[in-house]
Each structure stands twice: as C-alpha cells, then as structure tokens.
Write a protein that binds this ligand. Structure first.
Ligand code: PMP
Ligand code: GLN
Length: 396
C-alpha cells in the first residue's frame, strides 16, 4: 500500500495578514452557518431567505430563448438597454418618478453588489454611515472596508419603530450616508409615508446620501403601501434605490438586481461598477426585459405571499410563540419567551438538532448581538413545508 505524504512548506507569514485583517471581527455569515447545520441534521430549512418552489416556467423559457438566440457575450456595462428602459417605466408608473434609462439605471449582480458599489463609490476614511439595527448583514463590512464608521440606531422589540428624533441626534458633520431598508429584513415592518416624510425633513438641509434597500418592494401585506424613496422628491434627489429580481421572481440564485439614482450620483457609482464586475449575466437580462412587460408578474406577489404568511400564522395560533404579523418581506419573527429563556443562538441550534427545523437568531442583526428572544422564519415555502414547520413549532 502506498502512503501519500503531503508536505506543505511556505515562507509566507500568514499570521501577519491575520493580524492586519481588514475585517478582523467578521465571521462566516449566520446564513451560511445555520444553513450548514440545517443540512447536517437534515432539518427543514426556514432560515436563509429563499423560496423552495419553482420559478415561473415562462421566465425560465425566456432565459432559454436568450441562450439559444446567442446572447452569450458581454452585456453593456450599465446593463441591457431595454431592461433599463422597462425598469424606468415600472418606477414611473408605480412611484411617479422618471429615471433616465441611459444615465440613471444600472443593472447589478443582485442588490448586494449595488449596495457594496454605492458604499465604495462614496465612503471615504472617517465618513460616518447611519444604519438602523437590526440590519441585514452586508452593510457594515462594506462600510468598514472603505474606512467608514458605522453609526447605529438600535430599534426595540416588539414594534421596531424608528424614533426619528433619536435618529436625528446621530447626525454629525461627518455623516455621509444613511442606509434604510423597507420592507424590513428581519422584522417585517414597513415604513409609512409619514416615516419617509420625517426622513426627508431631516435630510433636506444636508448633503447626506440615502441608500434605500428596497429588495422586498413587492411583498407587503394587509394593504400596506411600499413607500419607495423614489416617491419623495428630495429623498429621490439624494438616493440610491436598490432592488433584487432574485427576491421578486423567486430566483435568488441568479443574482441579478438593479439600482437607480440621479445621474450625478450614478456616474460615480458606475466608475466602481465597471471595474468590480463590468457587466451582468446577459441572457438573464434579456429574459427579465421581456418578463417585466407584464406588471402582474410583480404586482400579484403581495397576495401570493400574504396567503403563505396567513397560512403559517393560522397554524401557529395554538403554539406558545408570540408574534406580530409581518407586514412585508417573507420573514416572520416569533417571540419564544413562553418556551425558553435561552439565548436565541442556542435555541435556534437546539431546534435544528433536536426538532429538525432551522431559523435565524436575530441577535446577529442587532448592536452587540443583543438578544430579543426572537427567531426569524422564512415563509417563502411550499404549503407542505409550512405545514411540517407548523407541526414542529406547535409541539415546542
Ligand atoms: N438586502 C436585503 C434586506 C436582503 O434581505 C437581501 C437578501 N436577498 C439583499 C439585500 C441582497 O439581495 P440579492 O440577493 O439580490 O443580492
Ligand atoms: N437575504 C437572505 C436572508 O436574509 C440571505 C442572503 C444571504 O445568505 N446572503 O435570509
């Protein structure tokens, strides 16, 4: 029997790089950590936000057509023009603001790249960026990598309402950007018209840029209206509005989205975009341009997801969990204080291992990992998956 001996040697001092890490406190994301544990224990996965049902056959066949018709080389740097045109028309019809397809709309590798690029284009060393916590996890590392300083406004359970005077108090002469997310991941809250007007009033006398993460723009419930930053003239004049086709069309793995902003801001964004990715998947852009011609493909989403939310919450009526129905996104927070006083990371891990159901502990989105005794469940799932999840949760 031959024995293979692997000898590794290097003159590199890896520790030097570890010591000088640009992101010393960053660990593998909670989505990857929990997802891996869920797979290891074959648990039902309601943790990471992705649908477990198929995308529309029509959309798949449009991508197929684009591939077969030879759209397999680079797309324009800013994005396929017809796609930018139809995005501009969609925003004009929904929010009464016209973005020039030529200069004010850019197609990106999901909303993540739009967010990273906008931050990189504007944040310099020492610039402060206000983040409302709990917050989705991709904002802070991008700020830190660019030498910026995250400044937090921590919201409190169970309402997670923004206190605008507390927010205003965080603004200094170093504030360069504010990051907003509505509908909100992970809390499922939706900002109202008066929230947006307050924000507009506060930002008006400043040169602060607004990065408005609106990836769940088409997922609101109980008649809630999505108040896009693009609807409010002064906010729109200082905003990057970011969107995700992955979220809207059940294709998170395609990583395609876009952002819109006034031409002057977009010009700086594109300087970074062109060297970070240059352009985005061409056949998928062609397909999206055709698919968006039918507004029902996104306007029907509210009812589609409200049915899922209601089904999930009706099932949980007899459980020990406390909850406020999510008003937007496809996430529901459940308060487990009637079941346990454990840290949320511990109970999340225990339910995966002992009961076979995965969720996200929301401490990972809070300042100093504060525990709100809440777990986040993604209800973008088939009915049978939600049925099984409810059965498990009602036994806890
Ligand atoms: N923002 C929020 C609030 C999210 O939940 C996500 C996850 N989809 C993103 C941005 C990133 O979107 P994408 O997958 O299109 O990069
Ligand atoms: N947006 C998804 C969520 O909140 C996660 C995407 C990711 O894993 N980065 O669950």
């Amino acid at each position: 029997m031959s024995v293979i001996k692997i000898i590794t040697f290097t003159t590199m001092d890896y520790n030097q790089y570890k010591r000088a890490s640009k992101l010393p406190d960053v660990k593998t994301t909670i989505f990857t950590t929990v997802g891996n544990l869920a797979r290891k224990h074959a648990a039902l996965d309601l943790s990471q936000g992705f649908p477990n049902f198929k995308a529309d056959e029509k959309l798949i066949s449009l991508v197929n057509d684009a591939l077969i018709n030879g759209h397999n080389q680079y797309a324009p740097m800013q994005g396929y023009f017809s796609l930018r045109e139809i995005i501009s028309e969609k925003i004009a019809s929904l929010h009464q603001r016209t973005y020039s397809p030529a200069d004010e709309v850019t197609i990106t590798v999901g909303a993540t790249q739009a967010i990273f690029t906008a931050i990189t284009a504007f944040i310099n060393k020492g610039d402060e960026v206000i983040i409302i916590k709990p917050a989705y996890d991709c904002y802070e590392p991008a700020i830190t990598l660019n030498g910026g300083i995250p400044v937090y406004v921590q919201l409190d359970a169970p309402d997670y309402k923004i206190d605008w005077s507390a927010f205003e108090n965080k603004i200094t002469d170093k504030t360069k950007m504010v990051i907003l997310n509505t509908p909100h991941n992970p809390t499922g809250t939706v900002l109202t018209k008066s929230d947006m007007e307050e924000l507009e009033r506060i930002l008006k006398p400043t040169n602060i840029i607004l990065l408005s993460d609106e990836v769940y723009e088409h997922i609101t419930f109980d008649g809630q209206v999505h108040e896009s930053a693009s609807k409010f003239p002064d906010l729109a004049s200082r905003s990057f509005v970011c969107a995700s086709f992955g979220k809207t069309f059940h294709v998170t793995g395609w990583k395609i989205g876009y952002c819109v902003a006034p031409a002057e801001l977009m010009a700086e964004f594109r300087k970074v975009h062109q060297f970070a990715v240059f352009c985005v998947d061409h056949p998928v852009q062609r397909a999206m341009a055709d698919y968006l011609k039918h507004p029902s493909h996104y306007l029907d989403l509210n009812n589609f997801y409200q049915e899922k939310r209601d089904f999930f919450l009706n099932g949980l009526k007899s459980s020990k969990f406390k909850f406020k129905p999510s008003l937007g996104t496809y996430f529901q927070l459940l308060d487990y204080t009637n079941i346990s006083k454990e840290e949320d990371e511990d109970i999340s891990r225990r339910i995966i291992i002992e009961n076979g159901l995965a969720s996200i502990p929301i401490s990972s989105f809070n300042v100093d990992n504060r525990n709100d005794f809440m777990l986040r469940f993604c209800f973008a799932k088939k009915k049978e998956t939600l049925e099984k999840a409810v059965e498990i949760l009602c036994k806890l």
